[in-house]
Design a protein around this ligand. Structure first.
Ligand code: NAP
Length: 269
């Protein structure tokens, strides 16, 4: 295996953090790992390997980064709703000739007793939530609150990773600060204590934030769920383990190609 292949992980998710850790454990020093964060959270969880923070400046900027930092492999492990970043990743990787994999967590599956109302976007989510609920638990993230704020006669419990620096433009609300994974008992208590009658979330998938779905089902609450954006074209896997296997094949392929070059140059075979 050639030394010091450079893997860039587009992160901001638990899966990206787990991937960086597991890839370093499996491939050791042969792999230099950099995780890229957008910089949305004030105190990101610790990460294995190097970390860079902030936007690249569109697909062109990311392409320049891939070349300047000699990135050999790109894994897009961003959140399923980070569609712009994933689009830029595809364009930049194609232009730079860098192999790219998407790690996309599996979607949640509706179960008996669930009352999910799928909506295409956050504007539709806000209108639907206001039509059906009065005390609404909002878990769409801090960047997507604006469509909900115009419903002045509704009360919201808004869960955020970081406390907001300024008051939110809602008429009636409470903030709950928290970062997943969330336990079912805590979600059940939150729903009861705030007399929640409706939950709004994105169809994010994954285990870390799934307990709220169970708590809502058990409490008989409807869930307004924003559909996922369509994924980008290209190789994708649904688990960290599968991403590691894909990476192993890539690295082995590089090693084979490198051996072939040494052979052609008359070096040792
Ligand atoms: P987005 O709308 O797809 O991306 C907007 C811009 O943010 C991108 O064009 C890029 O700026 C920058 N960006 C996004 N992810 C980046 C990354 N990992 N590293 C460097 N720059 C990044 O993304 P988003 O939905 O705002 O998500 C931002 C981050 O939060 C992502 O890392 C994502 O995994 C994480 N996250 C998102 C959600 C969600 O619901 N959307 C939930 C949990 C975590 P430039 O064009 O300047 O490169």
């Amino acid at each position: 295996m050639p030394e010091n292949r450079h893997l860039l992980i587009l992160g901001g998710t638990g899966e990206a953090a787990a991937l960086a850790h597991a890839a370093q454990a499996r491939f050791g020093e042969t792999l230099s790992i950099t995780t890229s964060l957008a910089g949305r959270t004030a105190y990101p969880a610790p990460l294995t390997g190097a970390v860079r923070v902030g936007g690249f400046g569109g697909a062109t900027g990311l392409g320049a980064y891939l070349r300047a930092h000699r990135v050999d492999i790109l894994i897009d492990a961003t959140h399923p709703f980070a569609a712009t970043m994933s689009h830029h990743a595809r364009l930049a990787a194609e232009a730079a000739g860098v192999p790219r994999l998407m790690l996309i967590r599996p979607p949640w599956v509706r179960q008996a007793g669930d009352h999910w109302i799928g909506v295409p976007d956050l504007v539709a989510a806000a209108a639907t939530a206001a039509a059906l609920g009065r005390r609404i638990f909002l878990t769409v993230g801090g960047g997507d609150l604006a469509p909900f704020a115009r419903f002045r006669d509704r009360y919201f419990v808004i869960r955020l990773v970081d406390p907001p620096e300024t008051p939110l433009p809602f008429a009636a609300y409470d903030i709950v600060v928290g970062r997943g994974p969330f336990a079912l008992a805590d979600e059940t208590r939150l729903i009861a204590e705030h007399a929640i009658d409706l939950l709004v979330c994105k169809a994010s998938g994954g285990a870390a934030t799934a307990a709220k779905l169970v708590a809502a089902r058990e409490a008989g609450l409807p869930i307004v769920m924003v559909d996922r954006p369509a994924p980008e074209a290209g190789d994708s896997v649904a688990s960290v383990g599968a991403a590691l296997d894909w990476l192993a094949v890539r690295l082995a392929g590089d090693a084979t190609a490198a051996r072939g070059m040494i052979d052609r140059d008359g070096g040792a075979s």
